[in-house]
Design a binder for this molecule. Structure first.
Ligand SMILES: Cc1cc2nc3c(=O)[nH]c(=O)nc-3n(C[C@H](O)[C@H](O)[C@H](O)COP(=O)(O)OP(=O)(O)OC[C@H]3O[C@@H](n4cnc5c(N)ncnc54)[C@H](O)[C@@H]3O)c2cc1C
Length: 467
């Protein structure tokens, strides 16, 4: 076999690509991966992990400011922003090194540079120096990810108008901040900056924040953020955003035609993402691109024989665990593993790491009813959970949605402290196609926040014990 001939080439080393490479290697394939920036992709370097490091600082800051409620006193609590950012970057750097080690351990050949299709079974990788190397393989997995989308007429300048990248490495804390877009990324930054002391305004075009979440969760989260001092405008369209000297001038049209005009220190554009489809050599191939994303079948095949695509490149939900799951599935399909199941989007949990957190899986109550299901809904407040009281984190609730006829758990929606750690219980339940009967007889440890999950199941059938 020639030195640059492989069984599988992966273009892009994010959580989709590097996981696909490891799984393919585990299955005995000879694998190469091309990465143009950092192994670990957006997730480890500019997404999931560095934001969670920042949000942890915000959480500790919040606890310190509320030390008195725990019988402690902490005075002179100050934010050293350079150190906050340095901690976040250090954690990201450590993980990047970890992925590099995993590539070595799994005998995946790493090629640093930008990869593009160069004919059937061929990929050319161009390094920063301009040097090119040609690789060949019968299977190519495109895992090039995505980048921040902007709005027509609004270009982030990286100084006053940020994308998530600049928002993650601020040099100073903005006194006032406009967050455009109230999806998970926008809300996480709103929460971080508010907890550190910025005046935060959120503008969302849709009628509610966290629009993918259950309506009751969105409403509760909104009330809570407003109580924290975040100003929120939904059903509001950004008309213009201009840098004026040292400030950003925003014009926002609100419901009923009212106009909000304001000068702010900084703005963050968090209005979604678009696939990195441009530099992949797709021209002249049968790979189809729609609305900025590569179109794939349920087995992640593109229209071009032997070319697959996964992760953010193929569209929402833009989540690292979805990308990784697709990476595993794609590698197993290529290796001919038997008994595979296509990804079921209703099994993908979604988490937002604001304070308090939001987590969900499956159908919202409205989606279940709209789908014609007769539902039983259970709710349990964290204010009635002993562990939540002990933690001083009583805001929030757990909501379950069951099919009234079969007892199938259709969806679960959580708002409160650490719920991003709890949702996995419901994810396992859905994978195992659990009904209310199994969930009810599961023994939950006491005292834990997870007991609120049990109670929300019991509540759907009129059997809650502690409310
Ligand atoms: C601020 C922020 C916070 C987030 N928080 C979360 C979270 O908490 N949980 C969650 O699940 N998701 C989160 N996400 C989303 C998550 O980061 C993505 O869903 C995930 O990274 C997608 O993985 P991927 O492998 O498809 O693409 P990416 O992680 O984007 O990786 C693609 C890689 O391909 C490389 N590449 C692109 N083109 C080429 C080319 N031609 N040749 C070689 N290399 C190329 C890029 O450099 C990149 O490293 C967050 C995203 C952002 C922006």
């Amino acid at each position: 076999m020639a030195a640059n001939a492989f069984d599988c080439i992966v273009v892009g080393g994010g959580p989709g690509g590097y996981v696909a490479a490891i799984r393919a290697s585990q299955l005995g394939l000879r694998v190469a991966i091309a990465e143009r920036e950092h192994l670990g992709g957006i997730c480890l370097n500019w997404g999931c992990i560095p934001t969670k490091a920042l949000l942890r600082t915000a959480e500790v800051h919040h606890l310190l400011r509320n030390a008195a409620s725990f019988g402690l006193s902490a005075s002179d609590v100050r934010v050293d922003l350079a150190k906050v950012v340095e901690r976040s970057r250090r954690i990201a750097g450590r993980l990047e090194k970890g992925v590099r080690h995993l590539m070595k351990k799994n005998a995946v050949a790493v090629f640093e540079g930008s990869g593009r299709l160069a004919g059937p079974g061929r990929v050319v990788v161009r390094a920063g120096t301009g040097d090119e190397v040609e690789l060949s393989a019968p299977h190519v997995i495109l895992a090039a990810g995505a980048r921040a989308r902007s709005l027509p007429g609004i270009e982030p300048d990286g100084q006053r108008i940020w994308t998530y990248r600049e928002a993650m490495v601020p040099e100073s804390l903005p006194a006032s901040l406009l967050v455009i877009g109230a999806g998970a990324i926008g809300i996480e930054f709103a929460s971080f900056y508010r907890d550190l002391g910025s005046e935060v305004t959120v503008v969302e075009a849709l009628p509610r924040i966290l629009p993918a979440e259950d309506e009751e969760i969105s409403a509760a989260a909104r009330r809570c953020f407003e109580k924290q001092g975040i100003e929120i405008h939904t059903g509001a369209a950004l008309r213009s955003l201009e840098v004026r000297g040292d400030a950003v001038h925003a014009v926002v049209e609100r419901e009923a035609g009212a106009v909000l005009e304001r000068d702010l220190d900084r703005a963050i554009l968090a209005v979604g993402i678009t696939g990195n489809v441009e530099a992949l050599g797709l021209e002249g191939t049968a790979v189809r691109v729609e609305r900025g994303h590569v179109v794939v079948t349920q087995w992640l095949e593109t229209g071009e024989p032997g070319v697959y695509a996964i992760g953010d490149l193929v569209g929402p939900p833009w989540l690292a665990h979805k990308a990784s799951h697709e990476g595993v599935l794609c590698a197993e399909r290529i290796a001919g593993v038997a008994g595979l199941h296509p990804l079921d989007a209703s099994q993908i949990p979604g988490c937002t790491y604001c304070r308090p957190q939001v987590a969900s899986i499956g159908l919202t109550e409205r989606a279940a009813r709209d789908a014609g299901r007769e539902v039983r809904v259970g709710k349990f407040p964290l204010s009635a959970n002993g562990k939540a009281l002990a933690l001083g984190e009583t805001e929030g609730f757990v909501k379950t949605v069951f099919d009234a006829g079969t007892g199938e758990l259709l969806g679960a929606h959580l708002f409160g402290a650490e719920v991003t750690e709890l949702i996995q219980g419901f994810a396992v339940a859905r994978t195992l196609e659990a009904t209310e009967a199994e969930l009810m007889r599961t023994i939950f440890p006491h005292p834990t926040l997870s007991e609120a999950m049990h109670e929300a199941v019991l509540a759907a059938f009129g059997r809650a014990l502690n409310a």
